[in-house]
Design a protein around this ligand. Structure first.
Ligand SMILES: [Zn+2]
Length: 212
């Protein structure tokens, strides 16, 4: 398999791709946190299209390569890790575009704790790229970082499709290079302060049902 020759995508092309597949929704949503928001990101609207996921994964892999400064022919990152469920698909495409021989692993919950199962192993000090589809609070990425370190690996970079935290989540990873294809600052309010409630707009519970 050869390295990806995908053309790079601009910020507006990426935003348009997310909007056109129906991932970025406008409305009045109840989030898992209990907050209300006027925008909601449904990641599986992206991930349901393999060609779109592949294109975005290629772009993310290209940016990670530039960021980490390794030539395609001598890729130093041999392992990509994402959290189940969406992170499995993203890890797979990013690993494919990082180069032949790159592994795609995933973490999953065992008794509530994010761990490697399925016989996945890391070499001591092995550099790993951690990927995630959407970051809201950064909680699940933090759990993957812990799982990688517990397994003996070293986190070389973090790659995200969407950082919807307005940069607040990624600021916590200041010592790790972070690449995000799209950065959004999505407003959210407590129900009592929600301007959309005041306007009488019907509330969609999509977020609370799909984000669990
Ligand atoms: Zn509201």
């Amino acid at each position: 398999m050869t390295e990806s020759k995908a053309e790079s995508m601009t910020e507006s092309e990426i935003a348009r791709a997310f909007a056109e597949c129906g991932a970025l929704l406008n409305g009045h949503f109840l989030l898992t946190s209990g907050l209300h928001s006027d925008r909601y990101f449904e990641k599986f609207q992206v991930l349901q299209y393999p060609h779109l996921t592949d294109r975005l994964g290629a772009e993310l892999a290209a940016r990670l390569k530039r960021r980490l400064g390794f030539a395609p022919a001598s890729a130093t990152i041999r392992t990509v890790v994402g959290p189940a469920t969406g992170g499995i698909l993203l890890s797979h495409v990013v690993a494919r575009h990082l180069g032949t021989g790159t592994r795609s692993l995933f973490t999953e919950r065992e008794e509530g704790k994010m761990v490697f199962r399925r016989g996945f192993r890391l070499e001591p000090g092995e550099p790993v790229v951690v990927v995630e589809d959407v970051v809201t609070t950064g909680g699940s990425v933090n759990e993957v970082l812990s799982a990688v370190r517990s397994a003996g690996g070293q986190v070389a970079a973090i790659g995200l499709l969407v950082d919807r935290s307005g940069g607040r989540a990624t600021a916590a990873w200041e010592d790790i290079p972070v690449e995000a294809l799209l950065r959004l600052d999505i407003a959210a309010w407590p129900p009592g302060e929600c301007p959309l409630c005041r306007q009488g707009l019907p509330l969609t519970e999509r977020g609370s049902r799909h984000l669990r």
